[in-house]
Write a protein that binds this ligand. Sequence first.
Ligand code: COA
Length: 192
Amino acid sequence: MATSKRILECDLKGGNLVRTMIYPGTFDPMTNGHLDIARRALHLCDRLIIAVLNNSSKKTIFSVSERLNMAKTALEGLPGCHVMHYDGLLVDLFQKEQACAVIRGLRSESDFRFEAEMAAANKLLLPGYETCLLPCRSDLAFTSSSIVREVASYGGDISGMVPAEIIDVIREKFNRTDYRDKQNRRQQNKDV
Ligand code: COA
């Protein structure tokens, strides 16, 4: 189905067109880069679903409920923004929510290659699927969830990288004894 037709067929509530977009990610954890994309995406649609998904090639540090709660806290108060977890294919969620496009942030050429592959694969699975790539703010071009995790694991300052409301949750995760024990055990195994 052509996108324009799909947009026209989105929910008509009280005569108003409701354009739904999905911003999917692992969000392990959500960063200021993600927050900026979400805020800007809200200017392009009426309803933005932040979908906390699983990327099978990533082993996450934060559990699904921790990632979900952090995203909810960081995005609280943004009108039209809904945070949810989905355990399945993105195209299935796209169809279920009658979305008109998926939003993804673009930081670099390497991001583009990954995004182009993902967009093409999803389009093959669902012809009506569309991707909208938003270039990230230049001051956030080097922010990533893995850099946040790395800095936080050494007790460094993550305040410029993540929303203020979730700093304590991230710090606490890396301070927890079970996390530190696991890291120590891993290090000991490497040393022998
Ligand atoms: N600013 C700063 N950083 C950004 C950013 C931005 N605007 N946009 C992305 N990033 C970073 C993230 O911090 C993250 O960094 P990291 O890799 O160092 O941890 C990385 O770019 C991308 O992570 P994220 O945005 O959380 O999403 P993802 O690429 O892991 O998401 C899914 C991929 C979940 C959308 C994809 O795997 C998926 O759709 N899964 C569902 C199953 C499915 O349908 N699979 C088929 C896909 S073809």
